[in-house]
Design a protein around this ligand. Structure first.
Ligand SMILES: [Zn+2]
Length: 384
């Protein structure tokens, strides 16, 4: 399997990247990968990095360069995933320093920044200097959602070669679920049809019972809002389910990180200098806890956003079935519900509901407290 097989439903991008990887003389030192959520921006960047480190330059998928790059253990491939809501200046400075080194043995020093739209101004400035005068053997791969390209500072964007990814088709997603993950054809087709073009989401829905249950309960909301008290029950459910999702993801990792840090700092020792070491480690643990909290907030927000995207998809489906437009449904498995709603609500009130969901997403992006934004949205979803 070539590394490009990981990049689902993007034949044009793969063609461009594989040509670039095989011809180092035509290398561009900074790239910007954009695409809608789930299109696989960071997967494409990682596959490109693997091809750059590949012993044959093709992204063969089997040489040590390819395998370690894809597994995230290659010494010259650095991946930055912002843990909080943004990438700090300190993180970026450290990264720029690493990027200036010569590659240890391989062909390139590759720096992947998975959410370049979350750079703080200071971090962007630190990065800009490196992108302006890139070290000879260094390549920067920045990833950002295509709906917010303006969140990557124009000074950086203008120095990058742009690579646009698109939403992969449902058949392409079903194919990869079957071929690579060994998922049964029927389940693969279903997951691909309801994932909104998001490969990772499709995989999770196909393999994780809890994720399927959460989706079900979100999609039950539109028709279950019968009275005002339902608004509060549903708001409660949505917030709690996002919290549960977030703690499922981060709980175990938080503890493991804390243990690793305590061990590294020699916690609980009795030798000389222990008192000051303990003071130092208390500060380090506090800093770690702060980062973990910020990460949890983000995971929780992402979980709520996922629910809102599913909801918006449902209201769009209601508009689709009440028109004669031949558009594909977001949730083909809920078509009966969408038809029932279309027979009950006027198109105008469906549109108001859809807008309420989108407004809620915006409010959350502006840091409005989740429960407040969600209750406001559900009130409109109830009255229409
Ligand atoms: Zn290879």
């Amino acid at each position: 399997m070539m590394v490009w097989d990981e990049v689902v439903g993007q034949p044009d991008a793969v063609a461009e990247l594989s040509v670039a990887a095989e011809d180092p003389s035509a290398m561009t030192h900074a790239w910007l990968f954009t695409g809608p959520p789930g299109s696989g921006r960071s997967v494409a960047a990682r596959a490109f990095a693997a091809a750059l480190e590949c012993e044959t330059g093709t992204g063969c998928g089997t040489c040590p360069g390819c395998r370690t790059s894809m597994a995230g253990t290659h010494a010259d491939v650095h991946v930055v995933v912002p843990e909080g809501l943004s990438i700090s200046v300190a993180e970026m400075r450290a990264l720029v320093q690493i990027s200036a080194r010569r590659p240890t043995g391989a062909r390139w020093q590759v720096v992947i920044i998975t959410d370049a739209d979350r750079l703080t101004e200071g971090a962007a400035n630190a990065l800009l200097k490196a992108v302006e005068e890139p070290p000879e053997r260094t390549v920067f791969l920045l990833c950002a959602p295509s709906d917010h390209p303006e969140d990557v500072p124009v000074t950086i964007r203008s120095r990058c070669r742009h690579l646009g990814l698109r939403t992969p088709s449902a058949p392409a997603i079903a194919e990869v679920l079957r071929a690579r993950d060994g998922i049964a054809p029927e389940k693969a087709d279903w997951a691909a049809s309801v994932c909104g073009g998001h490969v990772g989401r499709a995989r999770r829905l196909a393999t994780d019972e809890a994720a399927r249950t959460r989706r079900e309960s979100v999609l039950r909301i539109p028709l279950s809002l019968q009275r005002m008290s339902d608004v509060f029950t549903c708001a409660d459910d949505l917030v709690k389910s996002a919290e549960a999702d977030a703690s499922e993801v981060s709980g175990a990792r938080d503890e493991a990180e804390k243990d690793a840090l305590k061990t590294a700092m020699g916690h609980g020792g009795t030798g000389k200098g222990t008192a000051s070491a303990t003071r130092g480690s208390a500060a380090a643990i506090k800093e770690l806890e702060r980062r973990q909290k910020s990460r949890a907030t983000r995971t929780q927000r992402d979980a709520i956003d996922l629910a809102l995207v599913d909801l918006a998809g449902f209201y769009r489906d209601v508009l689709v079935v009440s028109s004669t437009a031949p558009a594909a449904l977001n949730h083909p498995d809920r078509e009966a519900d969408a038809r029932k709603a279309a027979n009950t609500w006027s198109p105008e009130s469906t549109l108001r509901r859809l807008e309420a969901v989108l407004a809620c997403r915006e409010a959350l992006e502006l840091n409005v407290k989740p429960r407040i934004a969600i209750e406001a949205m559900l009130t409109t979803l109830h009255y229409g």
